[in-house]
Design a protein around this ligand. Structure first.
Ligand SMILES: [Zn+2]
Length: 79
C-alpha cells in the first residue's frame, strides 16, 4: 500500500498568540501606551517553540538589578 499523501514535516510558521503575529506588544509602562517588541516571539510575530521569554525576562531583570542605578555619592562623614 503506497500513499502519495505524505505529509511533509514542513514547519509552518505559527503566529505568536501573545502578540497575535504582529511582533509587537503595547506596553502601558510609564502611563502612556507604546509599542515594544514581543519578548515571546522576539519581535518576529512567529511562535518560537524553543524561545524562553521568561528566561530572557529573568536575565533582563538580573541585569537591571545588578546594574547600579548611578554613581553612589560618598557619605560625608560629619565630624
Ligand atoms: Zn509575539
Amino acid at each position: 500500500m503506497s500513499t502519495d499523501e505524505e505529509t511533509p514535516e514542513d514547519l509552518e510558521p505559527v503566529p505568536c498568540t501573545v502578540c497575535r503575529g504582529t511582533g509587537t506588544l503595547i506596553s502601558n509602562l510609564g502611563g502612556s501606551p507604546f509599542e515594544v517588541p514581543c519578548a515571546w516571539c522576539d519581535g518576529t510575530g512567529t511562535f518560537l517553540p524553543d524561545h524562553d521569554a521568561q528566561a530572557q525576562r529573568r536575565a533582563a531583570a538580573e541585569a537591571a538589578g545588578e546594574t547600579p542605578a548611578g554613581p553612589t555619592a560618598p557619605v560625608a562623614e560629619t565630624d
